[in-house]
Ligand binder design. Structure first.
Ligand SMILES: [Zn+2]
Length: 488
């Protein structure tokens, strides 16, 4: 075996083991009995430790450094360069710290679930402090001299600096404020008609398949929080049926967008950077383009709505396409991020970004989080937070150690608007295709411009190639302003 093939086989082994952990995580949220969570935490921590050790091994480093001086094809050179960068970053973190991190975050998840159920922030605060400390420690090891929050953001969006993210989010905040003030609340009662779960499951699966989810490589299940996990060889999505039948469809479309990205990565690059998503915000752009630009648009539902009415009969007999379209685009300032409408959603995220920044710099202490959260909710969204369960305890992210993750949601939305405009320019009859029940043109465009590249290009380069410009907030603000002015 030559050196390059040896590298590929090592990376593949690591990814195969990583995918086992993915399935364990999926099972944790979908099927596992509640009482097994401690054992599962140990199982997952053990596997994460194993993959980390395999990756940071001296042999791996020697091989990568040798290969970086060898004569290689363009693709091979990219794989070696990107992997070496990952290796150097991972090497900064000692294995004991990785174990510790896995252990703390697995436990924190259980503590957080209980704290949220009992509306008891105080019981979560110490473990959150522990998570913050560990994150800061890792940030300082990986990027010495850099502001820790900036380093944490890099874990999710490597090539978008804190300053850039802050200015993009500030533009969105200012741009949508007047639109929110004028937006209209719509009648959404019909979206909560009691359609049976079995009927819903069939229709949700049909939508996922219509979007292009491969029947042999993906499946749809139910979990408390919808998510996607897997690779191009096996992708799992979930939805939930306890937030109304529209909530289920919307989650299914969102997660299907994520799954299509995974399934669109090249099989022959499984386990290496050319077969991996470029960044979380690009991943999120793929879910948002389907969820918002396709799944909340009139064109898509011109074809799907009669089928929906038939499937959910007799529950939707008084619902017209026009009323349905207005209902799914309801704007209503609310408490919970994952239930927020498309227009106020970014405010929820910007709140978290601002809070995290101050939390990590020490400007906001852990015990001050609830008060700061509640004040920001009032200022930005105009709602009073009745309890921490519906306030700062609502998201799973911090308990999982994910600090710096939130901005990817809005950067992803921004990017989805930019990509959608670009796709429409390239495919002038795109929305007529949707009216005919055909979304394959959009999928093909995304496959060609985003999915197939994996990490071949850095994010800004990828965006520029696909849309003609670097990532900006203009298309997004313009899209939200026009859409919600029209609906007001
Ligand atoms: Zn998502």
């Amino acid at each position: 075996m030559n050196d390059y093939d040896l590298l590929v086989s090592k990376l593949k082994k690591i990814s195969v083991l990583g995918s086992v952990n993915g399935i364990l995580g999926w099972d944790h949220q979908v099927y596992m009995p509640k009482g097994s969570s401690e054992l599962r935490a140990e199982q997952q921590a053990m596997i994460a430790g194993m993959t980390h050790e395999m990756f940071v091994a001296d042999d791996m480093g020697k091989l990568l450094k040798k290969l970086s001086k060898a004569s290689l094809s363009e693709d091979q050179r990219l794989v070696v360069e990107e992997t070496l960068e990952d290796w150097e970053k991972a090497r900064c973190v000692p294995t004991e710290l990785v174990h510790k991190y896995e252990e703390v975050t697995s436990k924190a998840f259980i503590v957080w679930e209980k704290a949220r159920a009992k509306n008891d922030f105080k019981s979560f605060a110490p473990v959150l402090q522990e998570i913050i400390n560990l994150n800061v420690k890792i940030a300082e090891l990986q990027y010495p001299g850099m502001e820790p929050y900036e380093a944490m953001l890099k874990g999710y969006d490597r090539d978008l600096p804190l300053k850039k993210i802050a200015s993009l989010l500030a533009e969105v905040r200012a741009g949508i404020k007047p639109v929110i003030a004028k937006a209209k609340k719509q009648d959404t009662k019909a979206l909560f008609a009691p359609v049976s779960e079995a009927v819903q499951h069939d229709f949700n699966l049909k939508i996922a398949r219509d979007m292009g989810l491969n029947q042999d490589l993906s499946r749809l299940d139910v979990s408390t929080h919808p998510f996607t996990t897997g690779t191009m060889l096996d992708t799992r999505i979930t939805t939930r049926f306890d937030h109304g039948w529209w909530g289920a469809i919307s989650a299914t479309i969102h997660e299907s967008g994520h799954a299509l990205y995974e399934l669109g990565l090249k099989k022959e690059h499984f386990g290496n950077p050319l077969g991996s998503a470029v960044s979380l915000s690009v991943h999120e752009s793929q879910s948002r383009i389907w969820e918002n630009h396709v799944g909340k648009g009139l064109a898509f539902w011109k074809h799907q709505f009669p089928l929906l009415k038939k499937a959910y009969a007799p529950h939707l007999k008084d619902l017209t396409l026009e009323k349905f379209h207005k209902a799914i685009n309801n704007v209503e300032p609310s408490l919970i991020r994952v239930e927020a409408d498309e227009l106020t959603y970014p405010m929820h995220v910007i709140l978290r970004f601002e809070l995290e920044k101050d939390m990590i710099s020490g400007k906001v202490k852990v015990n001050e989080i609830p008060a700061v959260w509640n004040q920001k909710m009032k200022d930005m969204i105009g709602v009073d937070v009745p309890d921490n369960a519906r306030g700062c305890l609502q998201d799973v992210h911090w308990s999982g150690g994910s600090i710096g993750y939130f901005p990817t949601y809005v950067v992803g939305s921004m990017l989805s608007a930019q990509l959608y405009n670009s796709a429409k320019r390239k495919i002038p009859n795109l929305e007529q295709q949707f009216e005919q029940g055909n979304t394959a043109g959009l999928l093909q465009w995304l496959r060609t411009n985003i999915h197939q590249h994996g990490r071949r290009y850095k994010k800004q380069e990828l965006v520029k190639k696909a849309t003609g410009k670097e990532i900006g907030s203009d298309d997004y603000i313009k899209y939200l302003t026009e859409k919600f002015t029209r609906l007001a």
